[in-house]
Design a protein around this ligand. Structure first.
Ligand SMILES: Nc1ncnc2c1ncn2[C@@H]1O[C@H](COP(=O)(O)OP(=O)(O)OP(=O)(O)O)[C@@H](O)[C@H]1O
Ligand SMILES: [Mg+2]
Length: 350
C-alpha cells in the first residue's frame, strides 16, 4: 500500500501528528432516518465522530452504511424531508462561527458552507456549473464569501489555480468545465472548495472516478492543502489502501453506527472489531502480502430492516446469542481507540 501516497511522515500514531489544533467538528449521537412506520429507514443510528484541525479522519464502510447521509448532514445539504434528523448535535468551531450546526439558521448555514466548510465530491461534472467559465465559478465564491471584486478577484482565482496545480493559467480560467479533462475538473472543484480557506473539508469518494495516476496526484494535492490551510478533513472512501496511506484517524461504520474508531496505525495494525478485521482482510493488498484474501459473507442489511442487537451479528463469525439481543455499547480500549462489540478478544475460528 505504502508505495502510493504515503503521508506517514505527517501522520501520527495516536490522534495524528497531522493534527495541530483543537476540535473543528464533533458529531454526537446523530440519528437520521427516512420515511415512517413500516418503511422507516434508520440510515444513521447514533454516530459520534470528532475531527481536529489539520487532521484527516477517514470514514470507511460498505455501500449503504450511512457515510454520505452523515456528511451531507454536516454540510446542511440533506433534504428534510425526506430525511428526518431525529437526534444529535454537530458542534463546529471554525474561523467565524462556532456552535451546533443543526441549530444554525439556514442563512448562517449557507454562509458557513463554502466559506468555512467545503466539499469535494466524486463527480466534479455534476458539481460544476456547465454554463459558467471556471474563473467565474471561483470568483463567485470569492465575491460571495470574501468580498473580492474585479481584477483582485481574477488575480486571486489565478493564484488558487496555481495552488491546485493548474499553473495560474488564464486559459483554464476562461474555460468551460466540458473543455477540461477529468483530472483538471477535479482540481477546479478542489480550487473552489479551498478558495475561501475553509476549516473543514468534506471529501466524499473524491478520487473514485479517476484513473490510478490521477488519483494519486489528487490525493497528494489534498494532503498538501491540508497542511497549507491546517484544515480538518472528513475523508470518505471505500479504498482502504488509500485510507492506509493518508489517514490520521479511521472510523469504521456499519449499518449507520461507528463500530470501531482509532488512529490509522491502531486500526490497520491491530483491528479489534470483527467487521474491521474482515474488512481489512478483504483488501486485495492483503493477498499480495501472502495473507489469505477473504470475503465477508452476506450483505449489508437494508436500513429498513436492520437486525436486532448488533447489526453485524448475522455476518459475524464470533457472534453469540447475546449479540442478537443486545446492542453492544462503545467501549474505550487502549490507546485512542474504541469499539462496540461483545466479542472483543475472542479467538477467531480456524
Ligand atoms: N433519500 C433517501 N431516501 C431513503 N433512504 C435513503 C435516502 N438516502 C439514503 N438513504 C438510505 O440511507 C442509507 C445510507 O445511505 P448512504 O448514501 O449514506 O450510504 P453510503 O455509506 O454513502 O453508501 P455508498 O458507499 O454506496 O456511497 C442507505 O440504506 C440508503 O438507502
Ligand atoms: Mg455515499
Amino acid at each position: 500500500m505504502s508505495d502510493r501516497v504515503n503521508d506517514s511522515k505527517n501522520s501520527g500514531a495516536s490522534r495524528g501528528a497531522g493534527s495541530t489544533g483543537g476540535t473543528v467538528l464533533k458529531i454526537e449521537n446523530l440519528h437520521v432516518s427516512f420515511g415512517e412506520g413500516e418503511t422507516r429507514a434508520r440510515a444513521v443510528r447514533g454516530i459520534d465522530l470528532e475531527i481536529h484541525r489539520g487532521e484527516l479522519h477517514a470514514l470507511v464502510g460498505e455501500s449503504g452504511s450511512g457515510k454520505t447521509v452523515t456528511s451531507t448532514c454536516v454540510l446542511g445539504l440533506l433534504p428534510t424531508p425526506p430525511a428526518i434528523i431525529e437526534a444529535g448535535s454537530i458542534y463546529y468551531k471554525g474561523h467565524d462561527h462556532e456552535g451546533d450546526l443543526l441549530q444554525f439558521s439556514e442563512d448562517k448555514r449557507r454562509r458557513t458552507r463554502g466559506r468555512e466548510i467545503a466539499m469535494v465530491f466524486q463527480e466534479p461534472g455534476k458539481y460544476l456549473n456547465p454554463a459558467l467559465r471556471v474563473g467565474e465559478q471561483i470568483m463567485e465564491m470569492l465575491r460571495l464569501h470574501l468580498g473580492f471584486r474585479g481584477e483582485a478577484a481574477e488575480q486571486r482565482a489565478l493564484e488558487i489555480l496555481e495552488t491546485v496545480g493548474l499553473g495560474g493559467n488564464r486559459r483554464v480560467l476562461r474555460s468551460f468545465p466540458h473543455e477540461l479533462s477529468g483530472g483538471m475538473k477535479q482540481r477546479v472543484m478542489i480550487a473552489i472548495a479551498i478558495c475561501c480557506n475553509p476549516s473543514l473539508l468534506i471529501a466524499d469518494e473524491p478520487t473514485t472516478a479517476l484513473d490510478v495516476t490521477l488519483q494519486m496526484q489528487i490525493l497528494k494535492l489534498i494532503m498538501q492543502l491540508r497542511h497549507k490551510f491546517d484544515m480538518g478533513i472528513l475523508f470518505i472512501s471505500h479504498d482502504l489502501a488509500v485510507v492506509h496511506d493518508i489517514a490520521d484517524r479511521v472510523s469504521v461504520i456499519y449499518a449507520g453506527k461507528i463500530v470501531e474508531s482509532g488512529s490509522r496505525d491502531e486500526i490497520f495494525n491491530s483491528p479489534q472489531h470483527p467487521y474491521t478485521r474482515l474488512l481489512l482482510a478483504s483488501v486485495p493488498d492483503a493477498a499480495k502480502r501472502g495473507k489469505k484474501l477473504v470475503t465477508i459473507s452476506g450483505k449489508v442489511p437494508d436500513a429498513e430492516h436492520f437486525p436486532t442487537g448488533c447489526a453485524f451479528h448475522p455476518r459475524c463469525p464470533l457472534a453469540e446469542k447475546r449479540c442478537a439481543d443486545e446492542q453492544p455499547p462503545a467501549e474505550k480500549l487502549d490507546g485512542s481507540r474504541s469499539a462496540s462489540c461483545f466479542c472483543l478478544g475472542k479467538e477467531w475460528p480456524a
